[in-house]
Design a protein around this ligand. Structure first.
Ligand code: SF4
Length: 310
C-alpha cells in the first residue's frame, strides 16, 4: 500500500480498514526511518495505529468513513496561520481551535496543613520531589501500591504527556505507560518525531495505582496533584498532551466529556493543553484513532507556535 493510501486510511477516509499481515513489517520499518530522517509528520501518520495492528497489539476492524470530514482537515491545518503562542501565555489563540476559559472554579480552599504541604512541594527541586513521591503516604493508595510511578523522560522536554494513574504493569515496573498501551503511545510519539526519554516527559495525575484500576477518588487527586503541578513547573514544556477523560477532567477541573474537550487549546498553569484519547481506549476503539491523530497534529501546531514565540 502506498504511503498516501496509508495516510488516508489512518484518517478514516477509506471505507474500511484492510487487515495487514506480518509481510507489511518492512513498510513499517520504512516509516520509522522516514521519521528518523525528518520526513513530514503527516506522511507517517498512517504508521501510528496501523503499526499497533501490525505489531499484533490490536485486531484490524472495519470502520465507517464517518470520521473523514472533520479529520480530513487535520493535515491542512498544519499550514493554517495561527497567532504566535508563547509558552507562558495565559490564553492560547489558535485559529482552528477556540480557546476556552477555565471550566470550573478551583474547588474548595485547602486547609492550612494541606496548603503548607502544597507550598512545600511547590518549592521542591527534582531530587526532593522524587524522594517525596517515593515516600508519600498522603492517601490510602500508598497501602496497596508496589511502586510509586514518578514519571519518566527528559526533564527539560518541550513536550509533556499526562495520563491518569498507573495500571498493574506500571505499578510493578515503576514506569508509566508500559505494556500494550505503552507500545501504542510509543508509536504515537514516533509519529511526532519524539521518543520516550527524548524531548518528552511522561507522568500521571496519580503516582500510585488505584486497586483494580478503579477510578481515582477526588481526595486522592487532591493529595497527589501538587506533585504533578510541580513536575510541570520544573519541566515547563511548550505543550501538555493530556491522555484520556480522567486526566483531562482532573487537570482542567471540569466534568465536560472528552469529546468536547478535544479540538480546543486549554491551559494549565499558563501552559497550553491539548486533550486526546488514552492509548488504552484507542486499543479498544480503533474508530477514534483518526481523531487521536488530529489531536496530535493540533498539539504539534501549538508546540511549533510556542517555539516560534520563544
Ligand atoms: S497516590 Fe499520590 S498522594 Fe497518594 S500516596 Fe501515592 S504519591 Fe501520595
Amino acid at each position: 500500500m502506498s504511503r498516501r493510501a496509508r495516510f488516508l486510511e489512518a484518517l478514516g477516509i477509506t471505507a474500511e480498514w484492510l487487515p495487514r499481515t506480518r509481510a507489511d513489517a518492512p513498510q513499517a520499518q520504512a516509516v520509522s526511518e522516514a521519521v528518523a530522517v525528518g520526513a513530514p509528520v503527516a506522511e507517517v501518520a498512517a504508521a501510528v495505529i496501523d503499526d499497533a495492528i501490525a505489531d499484533g497489539i490490536a485486531e484490524p476492524v472495519t470502520v465507517a468513513a464517518q470520521a473523514a470530514a472533520p479529520v480530513a482537515q487535520a493535515a491542512p491545518a498544519l499550514e493554517t496561520a495561527i497567532p504566535v503562542v508563547p509558552a507562558a501565555a495565559a490564553a492560547m489563540p489558535v485559529s482552528r481551535a477556540p480557546v476556552e476559559p477555565p471550566l470550573l472554579p478551583a474547588g474548595p480552599e485547602p486547609d492550612s496543613a494541606q496548603a503548607g504541604r502544597e507550598a512545600a512541594i511547590a518549592a521542591m527541586a527534582w531530587p526532593a520531589l522524587d524522594a517525596a513521591v517515593a515516600g508519600c503516604t498522603a492517601c490510602g493508595l500508598c497501602q496497596t501500591r508496589t511502586n510509586t510511578v514518578f514519571g519518566v523522560g527528559d526533564r527539560q522536554a518541550e513536550w509533556m504527556l499526562v495520563g491518569e494513574a498507573p495500571g498493574e504493569n506500571e505499578d510493578l515496573q515503576g514506569e508509566p505507560f508500559v505494556g500494550q498501551a505503552g507500545k501504542l503511545l510509543d508509536n504515537m510519539l514516533g509519529a511526532l518525531g519524539l521518543a520516550r526519554g527524548r524531548n518528552v516527559f511522561i507522568a500521571n495525575v496519580l503516582k500510585c495505582r488505584p486497586p483494580g484500576n478503579r477510578n481515582p477518588e477526588p481526595a486522592e487527586v487532591a493529595q497527589c496533584e501538587p506533585f504533578l503541578r510541580r513536575q510541570i513547573a520544573l519541566v515547563r514544556p511548550r505543550v501538555i498532551v493530556v491522555l484520556g477523560r480522567f486526566a483531562a477532567q482532573s487537570l482542567l477541573r471540569t466534568t465536560t466529556p472528552i469529546g468536547k474537550l478535544r479540538g480546543t487549546v486549554h491551559t494549565y498553569e499558563g501552559i497550553p493543553v491539548v486533550v486526546t484519547y488514552h492509548p488504552a481506549y484507542l486499543l479498544r476503539t480503533l474508530t477514534d484513532k483518526a481523531r487521536a491523530w488530529e489531536d496530535l497534529c493540533l498539539a504539534r501546531e501549538v508546540h511549533d507556535r510556542a517555539g516560534a514565540g520563544a
